[in-house]
Ligand binder design. Structure first.
Ligand code: SAH
Ligand code: SF4
Length: 337
């Protein structure tokens, strides 16, 4: 069986000519795959019955299958997807009541090598990078299954996107051109891989970069994000500053809040100092139960005090809504099991 997943127009042309069809049909097939997210060949009504039969017998739309689907009380949907080699990853679709946006949260690796203290993905260790088509297929799978159109993509599922830079950027290009989702509606989230941030700065794209900071100083950050030893915070901030100057885009600072760990007024003040001069918004993420360690989110009162201090720097500070907690689809809860 030939997999049609991830094929561009030229590759589709070759496939269908080899199957004895006329080349121009590839355009129609292509539109069914990418623009209409067809889930079966039977939906492709402008293709002749014979051609559809040939396609059915020789090709498959996607080699990736839905192993499990869970729908949260809040409408969030989590999919456990099985890849060609049997490994599994998770993808989440988030909807927000009063917004028309539909955000897909995609995974970029099976497991993750960074091993942050608070994250379920890291506890699994690193298994392998995803290919670009495996990232794009996550979005197409959602669209095929729900018949809804994804409007935003966040690279915040399993894995460190910037450790899989080339395939991630390839997937961004496919999402731009084939799915017509522009860079401004795409966010990459990173634990701070400096060489890749520098590469991104050179590419000068209108993507949003989110940096998972979680602590304003090296000592504390080392306890939370082990790669801090390799990529120290001051150097990451420097790289981010360079990026914002090149692209003119504001970065997002993500900060997982953990009770008694990184939630004091002093740390909030230190954040303001460290971020001085950086064009950024801040997103506070109350810890979601995920790790084997006994961690808790702070009280709402503590979070709001922390937020209040940060706001004194004049920045926009938001507290991330918890999505899909009841089905373990919230940030950091994706383990692929
Ligand atoms: N590896 C990338 C992207 C995936 S994680 C990164 O770390 O940025 C996406 C976001 O979820 C990151 O900000 C991460 O720190 C956060 N996160 C991980 N575990 C979490 C948990 N248990 N509770 C809340 N947020 C968590
Ligand atoms: Fe990896 Fe991100 Fe989880 Fe850290 S938070 S272990 S970088 S997926």
């Amino acid at each position: 069986m030939i997999s049609l997943a991830g094929k561009n127009l030229e590759e589709l042309e070759k496939i269908i000519v080899d199957l004895g069809e006329q080349k121009f049909r590839a355009k129609q097939l292509y539109a069914w795959l990418y623009k209409k997210s067809a889930a079966s060949f039977d939906e492709m009504t402008n293709l002749s019955k014979d051609f559809r039969e040939t396609l059915k017998q020789n090709t498959i739309i996607s080699p990736i299958t839905i192993k499990k689907k869970q729908v949260s009380k809040d409408g969030t949907i989590k999919y456990l997807l099985e890849l060609e080699d049997g490994h599994t990853v998770e993808t989440v679709l988030m909807r927000f009541d009063n917004r028309p946006n539909l955000s897909a949260c995609v995974s970029t690796q099976v497991g993750c090598a960074v091993k942050c203290l608070f994250c379920a993905t890291g506890q699994r260790g690193f298994i392998r990078n995803l290919k670009a088509y495996e990232i794009v297929e996550q979005i197409l799978t959602i669209q095929r299954d729900t018949k809804l159109e994804v409007t935003n993509v966040v690279y915040m599922g399993q894995g460190e996107p910037l450790y899989n830079f080339d395939e991630v950027m390839k997937s961004v290009n496919i999402i731009n051109t084939e799915l017509e989702i522009g860079n401004r509606r795409i966010t990459l989230s990173t634990s701070g891989v400096i060489p890749a941030i520098n590469k991104l700065a050179k590419e000068n794209r209108q993507l949003t970069l989110a940096f998972s900071m979680h602590a304003p100083n090296i000592e504390l950050r080392q306890k939370l994000v082990p790669t801090e030893k390799k990529y120290p915070l001051p150097d990451i901030i420097k790289a981010l500053r360079n990026l914002t100057e090149k692209t003119g885009r504001r970065v997002t600072i993500e900060y997982v809040m953990i009770d008694g760990m990184n939630d004091t007024i002093e740390l909030a003040k230190e954040m303001n100092n460290v971020l001085k001069g950086l064009n950024c918004n801040i997103n506070l993420i109350p810890y979601n139960s995920a790790s084997e360690h006994d961690l808790q989110p702070p009280s709402m009162h503590t979070i709001n005090k922390f937020k209040f201090i940060l706001e004194q720097s004049g920045r926009k500070v938001t507290v991330r809504l918890k999505r899909g907690d009841d089905i373990k689809a919230a940030c950091g809860q994706l383990s692929g099991n």
